[in-house]
Design a protein around this ligand. Structure first.
Ligand SMILES: [Zn+2]
Length: 385
């Protein structure tokens, strides 16, 4: 109807024109220049807003970044999406994984039984249905800024981004396997694969981000070294201590959860945990290593007050060292005691207080405690000097 009202000249033949080119013909060069100069009508689509720029800045592989970009545009071919484009598209498809929900990305990533298991076993045990929002772009925004919505501390942002993206990617992969190849898996298997892939990505990025950490030095023969560290969260703190022998083999590690405190107090509590670890192993020769100058100096000379808030803790710590014990303390860089660093963050993520002993000469990655279903195996790989 509306077309009849348009004043179209009867003398001119209609044809397609490529407006960005002065000749009206499409060339890749003119398209490239049009993108550069935002010459299209749909500027919002092509203009590189901070949102899109942030996706390309993520520390993920190019393929995973592109995958997030596709999610944001909702262009992955689920039944629900195809039906929105092609009304005649055969309806009635259910999610090929669980067969009890619609075949949509929102179902697959947040409501599917598979997604729930994946998130329940993740380092951030979240109810995946609470992550759902009306727009998939909001989900990408959560991945870009997990601190704003999920209160994930900044030190865990990258790990969360890797996990969330790997989870979506592998859920999509298994969705397609089930749909096209009739290849079915159980939710636990998919969750385990996601966790192990997540660890591989974290490990690879860790080496890229911090390629040359200060080397961890083995203690002398018949000596033990205990590295300690703390992680401070909004409502609590965690401490970790790791004991290794002169071969560098892990003997025992401990983690604990305490109330929220200052970084110095957290480090002092970690030193206390390290000494109690030494006591539990009846060590009479050990070296304490931490990255807090204040705590190390106070351990070496408690009469010089570095921070009054930790004086009592350090005094009590020193009282716990058995008479006749030979020990020393040393400040190291963050990268050197990275094992303790990661155990502290692992304990904070799991809200976990534990004490794990390994038989002498046993490498941590083989401890039965390490499974593919929690971040411990990441910790384990990092612990191995
Ligand atoms: Zn499902």
């Amino acid at each position: 109807m509306g077309f009849n009202m348009l004043p179209i000249s009867q003398d001119v033949t209609s044809s397609y024109l490529w407006i960005p080119s002065c000749l009206g013909r499409f060339t890749t060069n003119s398209a490239y220049l049009a993108i550069l100069h935002n010459d299209f009508t749909g500027k919002a689509i092509l203009s590189p807003s901070p949102f899109w720029k942030d996706i390309w800045k993520l520390q993920l592989t190019d393929r995973l970044r592109l995958f997030l970009w596709k999610i944001a545009w909702d262009i992955l071919p689920t039944t629900v999406r195809l039906q929105s484009i092609i009304p005649d598209y055969r309806p009635g498809f259910l999610c090929p994984l669980c067969k009890s929900g619609p075949d949509s990305l929102r179902h697959l990533f947040f409501h599917c039984h598979f997604a729930r298991v994946v998130w329940r076993l993740s380092p951030w045990p979240l109810d995946s249905t609470t992550l759902d929002s009306s727009n998939l772009r909001d989900w990408i925004q959560i991945i870009l800024t997990p601190g704003a919505t999920l209160n994930i501390p900044i030190v865990d942002h990258h790990r969360f981004q890797v996990f969330a993206t790997v989870a979506c990617d592998l859920l999509w992969f298994h969705h397609n396997k089930a749909l096209h190849d009739k290849n079915f898996f159980d939710a636990r298997t998919v969750a385990n694969l996601i966790t192990s892939t997540f660890h591989q990505h974290c490990d690879a990025w860790l080496h890229q981000i911090d390629p040359v950490p200060e080397k961890w030095i083995r203690p002398p023969l018949h000596w033990f070294k205990i590295n300690f560290d703390t992680a401070i969260r909004d409502s609590f703190s965690s401490q970790a201590a790791i004991c290794r022998n002169h071969n560098g083999h892990l003997i025992k590690f401990a983690s604990q959860i305490q109330s929220k405190c200052s970084p110095n107090k957290g480090e002092a509590l970690a030193a206390q945990l390290a000494v109690s670890l030494a006591s539990s192993l009846h060590l009479n020769r050990f070296i304490l290593e931490g990255d807090s100058q204040v705590v190390i100096l106070t351990l070496q000379d408690p009469t010089i007050v570095q921070d009054w808030r930790i004086a009592d803790i350090i005094t009590h710590t020193l009282d716990c060292i058995s008479p006749g014990t030979t020990w020393s303390s040393r400040k190291v860089n963050k990268s050197t005691k990275f094992g303790a660093h990661y155990v502290a963050h692992w304990a904070a993520a799991r809200f976990n207080s534990s004490c794990i002993t390994t038989s002498s000469g046993f490498h941590l990655p083989h401890v039965p405690f390490v499974s593919g279903t929690d971040p411990t195996s990441t910790v384990a790989l990092l612990l191995n000097p």
